[in-house]
Ligand binder design. Structure first.
Ligand SMILES: [Zn+2]
Length: 220
């Protein structure tokens, strides 16, 4: 079965999110027919997008896009950061599941981003080392948010850092994965940043990451 093109997939995700935010979900692809299909066919024939999102229970990725079985290849990690394991999972989604679209989905009031904001600049935080290492991946996004709005209060800083952290994740992905970088830079995969609003259910689309991927290609 031929998959839709990248623009059609993005508008499919946008329409699914609009239904979700409006309380009009269709639950397509959640029926026994789809389960039967999943038991017989390879997901690479069907899944349309790889989504890297936060683990937060308030961000149920398939629900957010009114998607179902075999629609999305989802990578979830606290704070939607991208280290080597996440980069490998995204590569799997792009190269083996062959999804033509990649979305990095941050969300408002993210606990991991808030913890990174609350950590004193330039200092490691209290808590387990593993959590500190995860927050280290968010720290550059917090630094850019602080630099862009020096007088900002905590809520504004968190909101800005959430957006910056989406771009941080995409930049880290392109640094770690030449497969992802080359596919996005060439246009074979369309990569987008987005932020999910916990209060409204709406996804705000931040834009395309092709230029960011091309920039990382130039750096080699
Ligand atoms: Zn989060």
């Amino acid at each position: 079965m031929a998959r839709p093109g990248t623009d059609a997939i993005v508008s499919m995700l946008q329409r699914g999110n609009q239904r979700f935010a409006a309380g009009g979900v269709r639950h397509t692809h959640c029926d026994p027919n789809r389960l039967g299909l999943a038991s017989r066919e390879d997901q690479s024939e069907h899944a349309v997008a790889t989504v890297l999102a936060c683990s937060d229970s308030r961000v149920p990725v398939e629900c957010v896009f009114d998607a179902g079985v075999m629609d999305l290849f989802v990578v979830r990690v606290a704070g939607n950061v991208c280290g080597p394991d996440q980069a490998a999972s995204v590569e799997y989604g792009l190269c083996h599941v062959r999804t033509p679209v990649l979305v990095v989905l941050g969300h408002t009031r993210c606990g991991a981003v808030t913890a990174a904001v609350d950590r004193a600049p330039g200092r490691g935080g209290a808590g387990p080392d593993n959590v500190a290492r995860l927050l280290d991946r968010i720290a550059p996004a917090v630094a850019r948010a602080r630099a862009a709005a020096p007088g900002a209060g905590r809520d504004e800083l968190v909101a800005r850092a959430v957006e910056e952290n989406v771009w941080q994740c995409l930049g880290d992905l392109f640094r770690l994965s030449s497969d992802a970088r080359d596919r996005v830079a060439s246009g074979a995969v369309r990569a987008l940043g987005a932020v999910y609003d916990l209060a409204t259910g709406a996804v705000c689309w931040l834009g395309d990451a092709a230029a960011l991927a091309a920039g990382h290609q130039d750096r080699g």
